[in-house]
Design a protein around this ligand. Structure first.
Ligand code: NGO
Length: 526
């Protein structure tokens, strides 16, 4: 694309104002409209800024519980820092912050919104509650970073004037947390959910089982959690979620408009289950619990009926805990299962997921079997993946299998940034911030039709991570970049302007207590 055409596209997408210029504020001191992450689809700056004051009210549609809840959420974010009361009222006439659900604005879709800021009000209009919520995230980022503080700060609390019209490129914008290699408490998961919501991520993929630990209570097979969940990498105490705790996570995620996608990884990555129940092993002997980090050594016994009774029970109970559409069945690295057995197993398990009303997601090795209608394959290859393997996934995509793109050498948040990164793995190479952002999910996999791409994911594997601070150091600043690949129109993609917007997020992370990696690729101080 010629430079001129590129520039024209940027202006057409409404983000001309985002240019490469240093981070100058708008004349009235507000953050320039649209200078946020992910970049909005269309920004029309103009007019005077809105100022949140002690008199500001949050006005919501009286008919909508969702709008009221989202108004309450916004007030909770802003009260500590502003010190204002910010009452949420259903008197929706008058000045202030207005959250409106509009049945007729169908063009905004399931997640889009329009934010209009004038001297008298900020109005967010959406067709569906998720759109209102995403609009609120935009409003948060337009305010000074200190709005995120949990102690009182001085204003002014300005929102630049103009209009943002925004909706996502992809409907599947996911982050994964591996709670198996190290167990993460409910509170830690909630903290991560809050961080994901700020960047308009809408799926939380929980990797609930692996060789090192089974993390979800299953009533019909209780030892999975009580024994299979009793340790983790390095031999710590591990843990598991009771059903009540798991529902709490699902509810909390839903309140931030994230859908939980639970994963039970099969037929390999199953040592915790095999250790808990001897009958799941072909030789009838339970192996010991495992606390190392090798992969691919375990396998469910493909030719025993009890295996499918087990899968049926687990999927039934998990589906019942899952209001979302998807259930992930893993399927990666089945190195100790023959190809024939793998195909038999995956083709038998997918209909079980369908029987309980869920849509199958699997790692892309699922395409070695026959993906069931509607299934999604999650591509986790890298530049060096063989052409044959890429072609097999692309062929499935041509046949109707949807793709979630999560290349290990781009979006894996557990990869070290450089050789000096104290945490993380390096099997897919080092993944600096530019590398994680500077690619296009729409044309990433050669031969796969763009329409097959349903979205992106940033997985956080936890072999080396057990604390929130460690997760955050690996996620920030790469996670916002993957979020932008999932949300923003391809025409807005530009590393040189992105890195400036990304740098402007840092004071917000400071206010939120997120200790991020200070990549030398990002101009942190303007
Ligand atoms: C691979 C492997 C996981 C590891 C991860 C570490 C997939 C899909 N299977 O990704 O078991 O934890 O790498 O980066």
């Amino acid at each position: 694309m010629g430079a001129l055409v590129g520039a024209a596209l940027l202006v057409a997408a409404g983000i001309g104002a985002l240019g490469t210029a240093p981070a100058t504020a708008a004349p009235d001191g507000a953050t320039p409209l649209g200078r946020i992450v992910p970049a909005p689809a269309k920004v029309t700056p103009g007019g005077s800024a809105y100022e949140i004051t002690a008199k500001t009210r949050i006005r919501v549609d009286d008919a909508s519980k969702d709008a009221r809840r989202i108004g309450g959420y916004l007030a909770d974010v802003l009260r500590p820092s502003t010190g204002y009361r910010l009452p949420v009222t259903d008197d929706d006439a008058g000045d202030g912050i207005r959250l409106e659900l509009s049945a007729k604005d169908k063009a905004l879709g399931a997640e889009g919104y329009r934010l209009t800021s004038t001297g008298r009000s900020v109005t967010i209009v959406a067709h569906a509650p998720a759109g209102l919520f995403h609009g609120v995230q935009t409003l948060r980022q337009q305010l000074p970073a200190k709005a995120e503080s949990d102690s009182r700060q001085s204003g002014p609390w300005l929102v630049a004037g103009g209009t943002v019209e925004d909706s996502p490129r992809y409907g599947y914008r996911s982050a994964m947390l591996d709670v198996s290699r190290h167990f993460f408490s409910v509170d830690k998961v909630k903290r991560y959910i809050d961080q994901l919501a700020l960047y308009k991520i809408n799926k939380l993929h929980l990797h609930l089982s692996d060789d090192q630990g089974w993390r979800i209570a299953i009533d019909s097979w209780p030892r999975l959690a009580t024994y299979g969940g009793s340790t983790q990498v390095g031999g710590g105490a591990g843990g598991h979620y009771t059903k009540a705790q798991y529902k709490d996570i699902v509810r909390y995620a839903a309140s931030r408009y994230l859908e939980v996608v639970p994963e039970i990884d099969m037929p390999s990555h199953t040592n915790a289950a095999l250790a808990s129940y001897a009958e799941l092993n072909c030789d009838g002997v339970a192996p010991p619990l495992y606390t190392g980090t090798e992969v691919g050594f375990s396998s469910l016994c493909v030719n025993k009926q009890v295996t499918y009774d087990f899968v049926d029970d687990v999927v039934r109970e998990l589906a019942a805990l899952t209001p979302g559409k998807y259930l992930h069945i893993g399927g990666d690295e089945a190195h100790s299962t023959s190809h024939e057995d793998y195909v038999t197993f995956m083709n038998r398990v997918q209909p079980i997921v369908a029987k309980y009303g869920k849509t199958v997601v699997g790692w892309h090795q699922l395409t070695e079997a026959t993906p069931i209608k509607g299934a999604l394959a999650q591509y986790w290859g890298l530049d060096g993946t063989s052409a044959a393997e890429k072609a097999q996934v692309a062929a499935a995509a041509k046949n109707g299998t949807g793709l979630v793109i999560s290349p290990a050498d781009r979006t894996y948040l557990d990869m070290k940034y450089t050789k000096d990164t104290p945490l993380g793995l390096a099997w897919a190479g080092y993944v600096e911030v530019q590398r994680s952002y500077d690619w296009d999910p729409g044309n990433y996999l050669p031969g796969a039709p763009a329409a097959a791409v349903k979205g992106v994911e940033a997985p956080m594997w936890s072999e080396t991570l057990s604390e929130s601070a460690q997760v955050e150091y690996m996620a920030f600043p790469r996670l916002p970049g993957v979020a932008e690949l999932g949300w923003s129109p391809a025409a807005t993609h530009d590393w040189n302007t992105y890195k400036v917007r990304l740098a402007e997020q840092a004071p917000r992370w400071d206010a939120l207590g997120i200790a991020y990696y200070k990549s030398p690729q990002v101009p942190w101080n303007g």
